[in-house]
Design a protein around this ligand. Sequence first.
Ligand code: FES
Length: 80
Amino acid sequence: MTIRIAVDGTELEGRDGQTIAGVLIGAGRRSWRSAAGAERGVFCGIGVCQDCLVTVNGVEGVRACQRTARDGDVIEREAR
Ligand code: FES
């Protein structure tokens, strides 16, 4: 099943069961957060490094590599 999420106002398609990071990478995005002036995205991919943090439906600090994307999710970029 196809799902749709909004990332910083842009709608992206993914497949049911993918993580948010999976949808982002599938759309060709390798980074979606900035920290200390550098771009960050997936580093460990297993929920340890916290490089992939995003705001999901208004909740800050969600690990994109661990959160399953759900149809209608609204994802916002974080800068820490
Ligand atoms: S990529 Fe390391 S916590 Fe998500």
